[in-house]
Design a protein around this ligand. Structure first.
Ligand SMILES: Cc1ncc(C[n+]2csc(CCOP(=O)(O)OP(=O)(O)O)c2C)c(N)n1
Length: 307
């Protein structure tokens, strides 16, 4: 394949085998399965600790049909850099075909604990793709807040109750952090827009230098959603402007899913138990802050895209 036009063109090959122990309706499982459909040849996956790692490789089984390395929680990007550089030398010395190198980490492993390794890799300029699947908390250890958890979300370390109405702080902006390193390609993606997402993975693999893709992945237990609603909620995140789908190619911003008439944010929030309290009148101030975050980001993106 090269780039695809419609859902019918999505390659049938599955590189993430069924039988893994990820939850029914797991957004991250869908994100990784789709990403692997963009592979173009030999590939090495470097996977930080997190749900994807623990649930796809329960000894003595594995779901990975491509070479896969499990690394620590904090160093996926550093290991991926090493793999990429080692193959570069092997190509020069022995003519070995260089594989694509993809690092995969959750939001905890990317926004927080692996950020230093990621920053180093982006700055050094290795040819590798980093995919962050973002379920907006440290899910595999029991739903603790991360730097990617949005304002107002209840987690076990930002519980909504009498003391606080969920997390008070703003979500970090991973793509802006990547862009600040001057990478040639960085993009957000949604599992509700698989053609756009798969094409972005492919484009990133074909780019010389470090690339970053940030994909939002609803989590059934963590977001307290119905497993049948994963894609609906992922789509609502885009339609309510919570998660704009855009790319930055050599500094040039492009919104890939234009939203002319955004849906009210409440439509996204009301399907998720983690935001239930935000719809109560006494928490309106925090809901308003979240709305301000969303509006600020979207208006900034419109300006950066010259729209
Ligand atoms: C240095 C370090 N701290 C903590 C842990 C325990 N730990 C393993 S996975 C994980 C959470 C991972 O969260 P995230 O990266 O968001 O991925 P998810 O579980 O949501 O898929 C934690 C805290 C660890 N393995 N290493």
């Amino acid at each position: 394949m090269s780039f695809i036009k419609t859902i019918k063109d999505i390659p049938k090959e599955e590189y993430l085998a069924p039988g893994h122990r990820l939850c029914a309706g797991c957004g991250a499982a869908i994100a990784i399965r789709l990403a692997l459909k963009a592979l173009r040849g030999p590939t090495v996956i470097v996977n930080a600790t997190g749900c994807i790692e623990v649930a796809t490789t329960i000894y003595p089984y594995t779901s990975w049909r491509v070479p896969w390395i499990h690394v620590a929680f904090e160093n996926a990007a550093a290991v991926a850099s090493g793999v990429a550089e080692a193959f570069k030398i092997m190509e020069k010395k022995y003519g070995v075909k260089r594989p694509d190198v993809i690092a995969i980490g959750g939001d905890g492993g990317t926004f927080d604990i692996g950020l230093q390794a990621l920053s180093g890799a982006l700055e050094r300029g290795h040819k590798m793709l980093y995919i962050c699947y973002d379920n907006e908390a440290y899910m595999n250890t029991g739903i603790q807040r991360s730097g990617a958890t949005p304002r107002g979300a209840a987690t076990t370390t930002s519980p909504a109750g009498r003391v606080i109405p969920g997390k008070l702080e703003r979500k970090k902006d991973l793509i802006e952090i990547a862009v600040a390193h001057g990478v040639p390609y960085a993009a957000t993606a949604s599992i509700a827009y698989p053609v756009d997402y798969i094409n972005k993975v492919r484009k990133a693999l074909e780019t010389e230098g470090p690339t970053v893709i940030h994909v939002l992945t609803p989590c059934v237990p963590g977001w307290r959603i119905d497993p049948s609603q994963t894609i609906t909620i992922a789509r609502l995140a885009v339609e309510t402007l919570v998660f704009p789908v855009y790319e930055v190619e050599n500094g040039k911003y492009r919104i890939n899913v234009m939203v002319k008439k955004p849906k009210p944010l409440e439509e996204y929030l009301k399907l998720q138990g983690r935001f239930k309290h935000l719809l109560l009148p006494e928490n309106k101030w925090l809901l308003d802050k979240l709305k301000e975050d969303v509006k600020w980001k979207w208006e900034r993106l419109l300006k950066l895209s010259n729209l």
